[in-house]
Structure formats: C-alpha cells, structure tokens
Design a protein around this ligand. Structure first.
Ligand SMILES: [Zn+2]
Length: 231
C-alpha cells in the first residue's frame, strides 16, 4: 500500500463510505491513510430542491466568495427545510432561476450542492456575480458564532472548488469585501477571513490532501434523515 496513486486514494476514501457527516479528521498519518479530510457533497434531491428554472447566465468560475444567510439557525436539524425556504424565496419572490448560491455548509459542516456552478449566482446587492463560486454558510454570524465544523466544511468545499475550477485560494473573498453595502458574511465569520484563518484551512487541505465526493439517491437521503434526527 506504499504506492497508492491519487486515484486509488480517492477510491479508498470513498470506499470507507463515510466519514459521512461533515468533515472528519483522519487518525495519525500512515502510508495507507485516506486524505487528511474527507466528506461528501449531498445532492440537491437530498434536501428536497425544486428543479432549477430554465435560463440563467452561463459563466466561467474564476474566484470564490463566502456568504451567510443572515438568519440564525439555532437547530441544525432544520437545515434541509431552511434550504428549501431559501430556494422558494429566491425563485418565487426574487424571480431568480434557482437558489442564489452554488453550495451550502450547515452548522455541523455538512455540505450541500445548490445551484449548478455553470450558472452565475444571484445577489440582492450590487456586485457582479459573474465568475464567483458562491458558498453559503447557514446562520447569522452577526449574532451567532461560526463553529469549527462549519469552518472546516467551508474549507473543504473551497478546496474542492480550487481543483474543480482551476483557481487559487488567493481569489477567496467575503461578500462585504466585494461590495461594502452588506454586512454579509457577518462579523464572526468575517473575522476568519480577515485573520487569514479560513484561507489557511483551505491551503492546509490542498497541501495534505482531501476528498469531497458527491453522494446522491438513497445514501444521501439516509444522511439527511440522520441530520434531521439530530444524529
Ligand atoms: Zn452574501
């Protein structure tokens, strides 16, 4: 097992299967260890998404931006319902094709696929979302404290995005850094950008290895059921 190539390592990791909820730290490194962090990206169906509407602006991702929902989430068991609520509001009231963001991270670090990354996101503020990979951290970080698990989940999905879209962590910004008219992503989460902590977490994953595997269908439903049951 000394010479596992990267593909084998990823297979090995997904074969472990899970690790499933959020991001798990690996035990002490050995030559056959899975990547330092591995997690799953839950498909849209798992949170009960409606289909996206036709249309939207195709774009090429060249940077990444972090957001909060500005609505406190004191009970993480509500995450799937909360994502459906955002999507309804964005489609029905804002007239957007889909939920505004490309991925979400809950308070426990679980990662959810949202809008197709090939379609530019939407914003209620005034910046151009073209090129941005938009990650939503659920919660209100002007009122709540971001958890370590949520920061690690955000780091994992951003690390994945750098590989997926061929971009660097130097492109990471918060919403308020691209437009001053918003407090998003909230003071407590913003502090992790200002200090460089979030970027450091992403860079650490890129240096040590990670896996983020899509999970759909019955397996994803089981994970969401466990989240809703508070397990
Ligand atoms: Zn925002």
């Amino acid at each position: 097992m000394e010479n596992l190539n990267r593909r084998d390592v990823l297979k090995f990791s997904s074969g472990l299967g899970l690790m499933a909820l959020g991001v798990s730290a690996a035990p002490a490194v050995t030559s056959a260890s899975p990547p330092a962090a591995s997690g799953v990206m839950l498909c849209r169906d798992a949170w009960g998404a409606r289909p996206a509407r036709a249309g939207g602006r195709p774009h090429t991702i060249d940077r990444m931006t972090i957001h909060h929902s500005a609505v406190a989430l004191p009970d993480n068991r509500q995450i799937a319902a909360r994502l459906r609520q955002h999507q309804r509001y964005h489609q029905d009231d804002k007239g957007w094709v889909d939920i505004a963001y490309h991925a979400a991270v809950d308070r426990e670090g679980n990662i959810f696929a949202l809008r197709d990354p090939a379609i530019a996101g939407d914003t209620a503020t005034d910046y151009d979302t073209t090129g941005h990979f938009l990650v939503l951290c659920e919660g209100n970080f002007d009122e709540e404290t971001v958890t370590d698990a949520q920061l690690n989940g955000a780091a994992l999905v951003f690390a994945w995005a750098t590989k997926q879209f061929g971009i660097t962590t130097a492109t990471l910004a918060s919403h308020r850094e691209v437009t001053p008219v918003t407090s998003c992503p909230g003071g407590d989460l913003e502090a992790h950008l200002v200090s460089g902590d979030l970027k450091r977490r992403i860079d650490d994953l890129l240096a040590s290895g990670f896996a983020l595997n899509p999970v759909c269908g019955a397996q994803a439903e089981r994970i969401v059921a466990a989240i809703q049951a508070g397990r």
